[in-house]
Design a protein around this ligand. Structure first.
Ligand code: FAD
Length: 479
């Protein structure tokens, strides 16, 4: 297959003509932010040019120019990704959909919203609420775009009850690598109508097409909710309580897990210690944060009573009700900022976003702690205990970068090996990007990895869309 071409001054002029001078940059004028996402440890790669599109037509026109000239294109939303997915590892053009940020309208009879791909999660959440509706997916980073969320199949803190982003996408407008515009899906609740290209596009990390518009399912806003903090003496006891909570038919919206180290970091970062570090003089080892939604106070009270019985038996040190709107806001703000709290006091870090069967979480975390000690890295962790998705960070403040990377690689090799032994998956929600390809290949095996590559070739025979990601091995060498 032919090599990629460079963005020549002539091609740059053609791209600039599509988006206009203010939304085009090239060479030294490119904002360095486009060279990385939220994990710069995976390397910085500068694009030759950046185009900030404002319409599907512009995206299509840019793709046509790049397809004609075999120039790699990396789609980008807000750049909050954690796997290097939006980073232009093969150079070429970064095509940002962040300015496509209009909510196009609600269909109240069918409970859907039509929105452009660059709308921020926080903006849709707030706007839907004003319509008495809720968009259930709730990933921690609220300034991510909907296009990024759909492309990574983002999860978040309500997945245990409502599912993940995939479950809320009914239709989309997508621009194929050739520049052709396609509509996938319909505003219907079910379908058995051939292969689901819509679901292939969801979670494909911008390697199959560029999403420009979305039709998303909403639900009526629940009347009320209550959150409870459940402190435990240790991690194992804390995690062991989770299956009992799930089995008790209480249908929690969230079951979040945090250990004492992250509780302390979060308190230092936010300046508001909302999670307990000791109960009646006894040290707390870990906490669960559980939320219920309901339509009346009686309903919520009954759920809380039943939960108290279940977790008391499981060894909870107490059941703390998050009982004021201010406390609720502070508790969830603290939970949402765990990663930012780690970033704030860590110089170098790498992350693991594995998902394991719920009954193996504690064992996995104990293994990981030991692994951190073995390789000489600090381990921080928290996660979505209700669905087995763990966010584990190996960190260092004093190692040189080369030595850190060597140790992090040794850590990751063993951690992913243990995840495979536990029948887990490489990524629960942050996706593969270019950082986790090797582990994806090992995890799914040659046949599945080969099929992924074959699907990619059908959509993108010239390999120009987000090369070097998920299942494409390298950038093309020059001819
Ligand atoms: C503090 C913090 C907390 C986080 N918490 C969570 C969490 O709880 N759950 C979770 O799932 N993630 C979480 N993330 C990760 C991140 O926010 C998500 O991966 C998010 O979905 C990325 O959206 P984005 O707009 O920033 O996309 P980007 O980072 O810009 O891109 C991500 C991927 O999507 C592709 N892409 C972006 N836009 C488009 C488009 N329009 N068409 C096609 N492809 C596109 C890119 O090519 C790339 O492969 C967190 C990140 C941070 C920094």
């Amino acid at each position: 297959m032919a090599a990629y071409n460079k963005v020549t001054p002539e091609i740059a002029e053609r791209l600039k003509a599509v988006v206009g001078g203010k939304r085009f940059s090239a060479g030294d004028a490119v904002n360095p932010d486009y060279s990385h996402d939220e994990m710069p440890i995976y390397g910085k790669y500068f694009p030759e040019a950046v185009c900030e599109a404002e319409s599907t037509g512009e995206v299509s026109a840019i793709m046509k120019i790049c397809a004609e000239n075999r120039i790699p294109v990396t789609p980008r939303g807000a750049g909050t990704g954690l796997a290097g997915g939006a980073v232009p590892v093969c150079g070429g053009v970064v095509l940002s959909t962040a300015r496509m940020n209009r909510i196009l309208g609600y269909d109240m009879k069918n409970l859907v919203v039509h929105a452009q791909a660059g709308v921020l999660l926080q903006d849709l959440a707030a706007d839907a609420q004003e319509h008495g509706l809720m968009y259930p997916p709730d990933p921690g980073e609220k300034t991510a775009t909907l296009g990024g969320n759909v492309s990574t199949n983002a999860g978040g803190m309500r997945a245990v009850k409502y599912g993940v982003t995939r479950d809320y996408v009914l239709a989309m407008t997508v621009v194929l690598p050739s520049g052709e515009i396609m509509r996938l899906g319909k505003t219907v609740c079910k379908t058995s109508s051939g292969y689901s290209l819509l679901h292939l596009m969801i979670g494909s990390e911008g390697t199959l097409g560029i999403i420009t518009e979305l039709t998303l399912k909403l639900i009526p806003q629940p009347d009320m909710d209550v959150s409870l903090i459940l402190p435990f003496a240790d991690v194992a006891g804390c995690i062991a309580a989770v299956p009992g909570i799930k089995l008790s038919n209480l249908d929690p919206q969230s079951i979040e897990f945090m250990d004492i180290d992250i509780i302390r970091s979060s308190a230092a970062f936010t300046g508001s210690p909302v999670f307990p570090t000791e109960m009646c003089g006894e040290p707390v080892g870990a906490c669960l944060l559980v939320t219920f939604v309901g339509n009346s106070e009686d309903e919520l009270f009954a759920k809380m009573e039943k939960l108290a019985g279940v977790v008391e038996e499981a060894g909870a040190m107490d059941v703390l009700v998050v009982d004021t709107p201010t406390l609720k806001k502070d508790v969830w703000a603290a939970r949402s900022s765990f990663l930012t709290a780690i970033e704030a006091d860590t110089k170098l870090m790498d992350e693991l976003d594995v998902v394991v069967p719920v009954d193996r979480i504690a064992e996995f975390l104990v293994y990981i702690r030991g692994l951190g000690d073995d390789v000489g890295l600090t381990v921080r962790n928290f996660g979505h205990a209700g669905d087995g998705n763990l966010h584990i960070y190996c960190c260092s403040n004093d190692l040189p970068e080369d030595e850190f990377k060597k140790r992090a690689k040794a850590f990751m090799d063993k951690a992913y090996g243990k995840c495979a032994e536990f029948e887990g998956q490489v990524s629960g929600e942050h996706a593969i990007g270019h950082a986790k390809k090797e582990y994806l290949k090992e995890s799914v095996g040659d046949t599945a990895y080969g099929l992924m590559g074959a699907i990619k070739n059908v959509f993108d025979p010239d390999g120009i869309l987000n090369p070097g990601k998920v299942c494409t091995d390298t950038c093309r060498e020059g001819e």
